[in-house]
Ligand binder design. Structure first.
Ligand code: HAS
Length: 561
């Protein structure tokens, strides 16, 4: 370690401090709390879905729920879209503001929040009325009420508004800081949104130009193949829009919270650039779809392995930061540092457990991406096993950890029920391990996903009962842990004592900082990476679109209401 040159830290513009404006603070806090409220509604549905696999059918017992698919749609939309959009909007607005040392435009933050709120209402009413049981992938020819598609569009626009606010702030910052490197905290936050801007174009155009007019009877039919291609163009990258806010915390805050340092500024930037450039991988969700040539499937197979690489870079960088922290706390030997991490701080334990869960989460992703393994896992519970270790753990547990310091930071109130907060991440982690063991093993034995298994009228295959029971038990434990989290946050909001001192956002230092000259400057030329991304998208999706367009609007709707 002594051979590493200490460079000047460029993580934030002004390390001495920064004050969020009341407007920024209000809309960021509202967005974060709104996201957790959506999660609370969503996990109720998730609890019932988990019990389904254990053979217990409670779908119709929840208010407004009539069928299994209504509940599953509500679970997916609330947890995968509304919760994640709201958290990312709030969290990365704040990190951009702190990184650049300038508040974002409060009116834009307010507008974004209103769009997300309206989007949730528009999409939520038909879901709970049984008029949009189309699941969160909303494949045609399943048809929902028009308000559902409209609501989804509003929710996506809310994210674009945040991106606009970030880019406006960056452009103003650049005028005042000519020739300076973009501070790392702002860089990773802005790159996350740039990646999402490019990625969201597929599902947004599907929603706005195909599904919404179709649901209003303005088009003669739907084009399921084109719709699925557009959806999955976005559908894989959305997982990185979920994940990268957690990475922002892992890169920027975790090294500081554990008493370590980030190894390299450039390595972190390269990881985020790879997520921006390697957008076109969605066809790996369509390995088994007819109508898509092998060229596309093989191209994305390699690109998918390539996009796992920045996560491996992240694993290296973060593990190194943890090790530095653990050793600074007195840890010795190969793994002794691990036990010396500040485990009593729930902001740390939740996020380190999230990382550990992400190890099997990532491995199962790579298994899914391997074409012949996918033939085994596709449409089985292996897939929800995978995504509860990623979205349900790496992301959600990270947001729990972030909230344990962020809510006190934004409200100026001390966290209450600290003992409960300490246990909560461990309980959730235990739950996810049991849940994922159930889903993954069941999936390998052919247990189908998206199936009301509790009421099937055929004999389950051998092994499904144990797998299903584990899924139900794990899901219940996860649900209990979520309730504990909501209790801590709720009581902090209403009973938390005013903090005596207001600390800054925890941000790291780097061993190898942002070089002021040399090849690294190209990392900040954001437009180059966007251009490269579009070239790659053109190469992968261009031939498909050229041969397929115009849309074949021939499929009549299937409308379950
Ligand atoms: Fe995935 C399906 C492939 C990542 C979410 N994925 C899904 C679906 C969701 C989802 C929701 O190729 C289902 C969609 C649906 O409804 O049909 N996925 C991948 C690959 C990755 C991947 C290759 N997925 C994610 C992430 C998600 C997510 C992240 C949410 C946030 N996924 C697939 C494929 C399918 C799929 C196929 C289609 C399946 C089908 O047929 O339907 C990779 O990006 C994963 C790379 C990750 C790693 C792990 C790095 C580990 C880190 C932690 C380090 C630990 C530390 C602590 C530092 C290589 C960074 C350690 C401390 C110690 C002491 C140990």
């Amino acid at each position: 370690m002594s051979t590493i040159v200490q460079a000047q830290t460029q993580v934030v513009t002004d390390p001495k401090g920064f004050q969020l404006s009341p407007g920024n603070r209000r809309w960021i806090l509202l967005s974060i709390l709104f996201g957790f409220a959506a999660l609370a509604f969503g996990v109720f549905q998730g609890f019932v879905q988990g019990l389904n696999y254990a053979g217990i059918s409670l779908f119709t017992m929840l208010p407004g729920m009539k069928t299994y698919y209504e509940g599953l749609t509500a679970h997916g939309v609330l947890n995968a879209f509304i919760f994640t959009f709201a958290e990312a909007n709030g969290w990365l607005s704040m990190m951009t503001a702190r990184g650049l040392g300038r508040n974002l435009n409060s009116k834009l933050l307010a507008l974004s929040f209103i769009f997300l709120l309206l989007g949730t209402i528009f999409a939520g009413i038909p879901i709970f009325a049984g008029k949009a049981s189309v699941l969160y992938t909303f494949y045609p020819p399943l048809r929902a009420h028009w308000a559902f598609y409209f609501g989804i569009a509003l929710a996506v626009v809310s994210t674009w508004i945040i991106s606009a606010a970030q880019l406006l702030a960056l452009s103003a910052w650049r005028k005042e800081h000519k020739g300076e490197r973009i501070p790392l905290m702002a860089y990773v936050s802005i790159m996350t949104y740039i990646m999402w801007d490019i990625s969201s174009l597929g599902a947004a155009s599907e929603d706005l130009f195909l599904l919404l007019p179709w649901s209003l009877n303005l088009l003669p039919g739907s084009d399921p193949l084109l719709s699925r291609v557009l959806f999955w163009y976005t559908g894989h990258q959305i997982v990185y829009y979920w994940l990268l806010p957690a990475y922002v915390s892992w890169y920027i805050c975790i090294p500081r919270l554990v008493g370590g340092k980030l190894f390299s500024d450039s390595l972190a930037r390269i990881a985020f650039i790879m997520f921006v450039v390697l957008v076109p991988v969605g066809f790996h969700h369509q390995y088994t779809d007819p109508g898509i040539g092998n060229y596309y499937k093989i191209a994305v197979l390699f690109l998918t392995f390539a996009i796992a690489f920045p996560s491996l870079l992240t694993a290296f960088s973060i593990m190194y930061a943890l090790e530095i922290g653990g050793r600074a706390n007195g840890g010795k030997g190969i793994l002794g540092w691990f036990w010396k991490l500040p485990w009593s701080n729930p902001a740390v334990s939740a996020q380190v457990l999230a990382m550990i869960a992400f190890l099997p989460g990532g491995i199962t992703g790579i298994m899914n991406a391997s074409y012949n393994m996918n033939l085994l896992t596709h449409n089985t519970t292996f897939v929800p096993g995978h995504f509860h270790l990623t979205l349900g753990s790496a992301v959600t547990l990270s947001y729990f950890g972030i909230a344990y310091w962020l809510i006190p930071y934004l409200t100026g109130k001390e966290l209450v029920l600290k003992g409960l907060a300490r246990w909560q991440p461990w309980i959730y982690f235990l739950g996810i391990l049991i849940f994922a063991r159930g889903e993954i093993s069941g999936g390998i034995l052919g247990m189908p996903r998206r199936t009301a298994i509790a009421i099937i009228n055929y004999e389950p295959l051998p092994g499904w009962k144990l797998a299903g029971a584990l899924t139900g038990i794990g899901g219940t434990i996860m649900f209990i842990a979520c309730v504990l989290f909501f209790l801590v946050i709720f009581f902090t909001l209403i009973l938390g004592k005013p903090k005596e001192t207001q600390e800054d956002i925890p941000f790291c230092e780097t061993y190898l900082g942002a070089a002021p000259s040399g090849w690294q400057l190209i990392l900040d030329k954001l437009s180059y990476w966007v251009l490269l991304s579009f070239i790659l998208i053109g190469l992968v999706y261009g031939p498909f679109l050229l041969t397929h367009l115009p849309p074949k609007l021939t499929s009549p709707p299937f409308q379950g209401f």
